[in-house]
Ligand binder design. Structure first.
Ligand SMILES: N[C@@H](CCC(=O)N[C@@H](CS)C(=O)NCC(=O)O)C(=O)O
Length: 211
């Protein structure tokens, strides 16, 4: 399996999931500016959207979208227990993957990372995100993970919360989110994935705009 990724992008979640599963995978870096891979291939020809993550499966087919990629990894390595198997548990996992993907990844962090956004966008976006962050903070205030054990949704939430530094989103009013992020950071799969991608990120700072 190949994972197309950019250092410290949302694709970090898939790397964490693969490490959790102890899976064999090849990691192919995509330069977010040039859309080239290290061998000079044009990533836009592989994924016309130009977005990461993207998985190339063993049969050569491609799978995109964080929620799908993460659930595929969880399904492919069931012994790693990265997703609930019961019907309601699966729906709850989907609920959190959707929340993270839409309410946090796209609606909050992608907007704040957009340097071309019109004036006033930041204030408006932060104001709109407040109830969402409060909701997440309340949910995390009495639990270690989003569900009752570590799942791919935690890997995704961790990757997204990392962008709070570059986007200057403060969690001072969200102590449970802060504590959750701190706890996950020291989980071995997470620490390993983060350190490896931080190294790549720092190697080419001009290519990245966040994290
Ligand atoms: N809907 C996609 C969004 C993925 C996405 O926004 N990826 C960002 C990195 S976090 C990206 O590849 N950005 C590059 C670009 O916009 O050109 C998903 O959930 O996988």
């Amino acid at each position: 399996m190949d994972l197309y990724f950019s250092p410290l992008a949302g694709s970090l979640a898939a790397r964490i999931a693969l490490y959790e599963a102890g899976a064999e995978a090849r990691f192919i870096e995509v330069d977010p500016n040039t859309k080239r891979t290290p061998d000079g291939s044009n990533y836009a020809a592989i994924n016309p959207l130009g977005l990461v993550p993207l998985l190339r499966l063993d049969d050569g087919s491609l799978l995109s979208e964080n929620a799908a990629v993460l659930q595929y990894i969880a399904n492919r390595f069931p012994e790693s227990n990265l997703a609930p198997t019961d019907e309601l548990g699966r729906a709850r996992l989907q609920q959190w993957l959707s929340f993270i993907g839409t309410e946090l990844h796209q609606r909050l962090f992608c907007v704040l990372r957009d340097e071309a956004a019109p004036e006033g966008t930041r204030t408006h976006t932060l104001m709109k995100s407040e109830p969402r962050l409060t909701y997440l903070n309340d949910h995390l205030s009495d639990r270690e993970f989003l569900l009752d054990h570590f799942t791919v949704a935690d890997a995704y939430l961790y990757a997204v919360l990392n962008w709070s530094v570059a986007t200057r989103v403060s969690f001072s009013r969200c102590p449970a989110i802060k504590e959750y992020h701190r706890r996950l950071r020291i989980r071995p799969s997470v620490a390993r994935a983060f350190q490896e991608e931080l190294f790549l990120y720092r190697a080419k700072p001009a290519a990245h705009c966040a994290a």
